[in-house]
Design a binder for this molecule. Sequence first.
Ligand code: ZN
Length: 178
Amino acid sequence: MPYAGVPSLSGPSSLRIIHYPDSRLRARSAPVERFDAGLRELAAQMFSLMRESKGVGLAAPQVGVLLRMFVMNATGQPDDDRVLINPVIDEMEGSAQATEGCLSIPGVNVQIRRPVACRIIAQDLAGERVELRGRDLVARIWQHETDHLNGVLILDRMGPTDRVATKKVLRALEDPVR
Ligand code: ZN
């Protein structure tokens, strides 16, 4: 069922980053249909959480909001802040392995093979169509964050070596009392 609006956010600290194994990270998020003040406020809060955590990208489901949007900044320069809404990735080229972490899976950094370059078609906060081509880190962030909108995590894409290496950390996240 498409989810049209953003729940009203009651203050700058009302959102937090949720962690694996929270089931919301496994949901398929709904398209954004309303480009309103609530959506702009959500994006602003996501940017501040991303910066606090020294991340380069953060998807709405990572703050428990199941909408197809993410924020990113590949360089740390304020001019490079970008909000991408209802993204579709295509025209993928090449293949490369690189280390990825995820703000929702603290302590896990794994090797992930992905296309090197791709195109992304999305909307901005005003609902305007955005079409971009990127490669390397930028293309990797687009793919990682778009995965989140489909409930896909780096854990699903890592190889057998990382699967073994991360077992203990994941078990601790799954069962923090032990
Ligand atoms: Zn992530």
